[in-house]
Design a protein around this ligand. Structure first.
Ligand code: ADP
Ligand code: MG
Length: 257
């Protein structure tokens, strides 16, 4: 249904205050289906807050989102947004550290599980088959994101870079239309960042739109089709990488330092 140039997500006039602090002020942007869209800006600019509202963790004080044919203002429920096709990763990795890497991805797959609670309890044949299919799909996703480890390895024993990729695998398991990544390269070395870049390009080529918060300017500039810059909760610039890189307000607020 969605042509390559269709708008997937439209964010209009988002406001968010924490007590006396205005974290987001009249933030509007739209993301085209198939884009890799970057969101950058100094620490405290409001990037994660925007993700938290987008994914239903926080309530906005104003503004609205239009995602596909779902419109929501204020707050929507995270599981409804997940079902609609928004998946995310977290700036501070949120894995089930004492679960295996396979189980961590299987948790994401269960969003799409069709066997009800009774099937799960009574272990009907259908439920067993479905569990096997989910395990199989989770194993494929581990390979897809480049984690070549024993499936029973605990998530906490992965390297930092692998844990970030495991989070991406879990997010992909929900079969999203939009993958929102909050600083996925944080803590990665140059080699890991390079392979992350390739992975994100592959994900986009497979039809998933990517929204990327990232501090690694080289990665953002080399990867994103368009970039928005937040500063003190306001969007101060938006455009293709070369426009943003040469924007005086962006240089003053962010790139110059
Ligand atoms: N739950 C919260 N309660 C109070 N203040 C918050 C909360 N979350 C974020 N903030 C504040 O909102 C501002 C934006 O934070 P954040 O969205 O995390 O910025 P960024 O991700 O761009 O670094 C910061 O000043 C931060 O301290
Ligand atoms: Mg943040």
């Amino acid at each position: 249904m969605t042509s390559p140039a269709a708008t997937l997500l439209k964010i209009s006039g988002i406001e968010k205050r924490f007590g006396g602090l205005t974290a987001l002020s009249d933030v509007s942007l739209h993301i085209q289906a198939g884009e890799i869209y970057g969101l950058i800006g100094p620490n405290g600019a409001g990037k994660t807050t925007l993700f938290n509202i987008l994914t239903g963790l926080y309530q906005a004080d104003g503004g609205k989102f239009l995602f596909g044919d779902i419109e929501y203002a204020g707050r929507s429920k995270p599981h409804i947004l997940a079902k609609a096709g928004i998946a995310r990763t977290f700036q501070n990795i949120r894995l089930f550290s004492n679960m295996t890497i396979l189980e961590n991805v299987m948790v994401g797959c269960h969003h799409h599980s069709h066997t009800g609670i009774w099937g799960a309890i009574t272990r009907h044949k259908n439920a067993r088959n479905e569990e096997q299919q989910i395990a199989h799909r989770a194993a494929e996703l581990l390979i897809y994101v480049g984690i070549n480890r024993a499936h029973h390895m605990l998530a906490k024993n992965l390297s930092y870079g692998e844990q970030r990729r495991l989070e991406i695998a879990r997010a992909l398991a929900t079969n999203p239309k939009l993958l929102a990544l909050d600083e996925p390269a944080a803590g990665m070395n140059a080699t890991e960042t390079d392979s992350l870049k390739t992975l994100l390009q592959t994900i986009r080529n497979h039809g998933v739109t990517v929204l990327l918060i990232e501090h690694d300017v080289k990665l953002v500039m080399g990867l994103c089709d368009r970039i928005a810059v937040l500063d003190y909760g306001k969007k101060i610039a938006e455009g293709v990488p070369s426009e943003v890189r040469n924007n005086p307000a962006v240089i003053a607020a962010y790139l110059g330092g």
